[in-house]
Write a protein that binds this ligand. Sequence first.
Ligand SMILES: [Zn+2]
Length: 133
Amino acid sequence: MATPAQGIARLGFRTWYERQLIESHVYFITGFLCAVLIMALMEDLNLRKPEPLSLASLAMMVAALLLGAVAMYRYLRMLSRAEMLAEQCVCPGCTVYGLIQVLETGVVEADERSQWMRVSCKKCDRQWRVESI
Ligand SMILES: [Zn+2]
């Protein structure tokens, strides 16, 4: 899995951001469809029977719950990371949005999941630091 810095360096910020939004919403749709599947399987639930739910339905419900939880987690993480970077990708010099070049990358030492990038504006060459989760 490529880091945000690798993706931005390869695609440019605007294309990377667009792809992050598309991919994150695929995760959202997956989570939503899992929720619909769980509700459909709940229709099969009958508490008056000795076995309120068949084993196959229960297995599908647990699988949909796990898949849906992972999908919603990835959706929120990917979307929040993309939005966090988008807020920082406005040039402080000329206020152009998203026209950046990645110069250097590193990891924030206090939190190994956080990364930083030193970027420069493609329009005015001003440099600044951007951090992401
Ligand atoms: Zn600029």
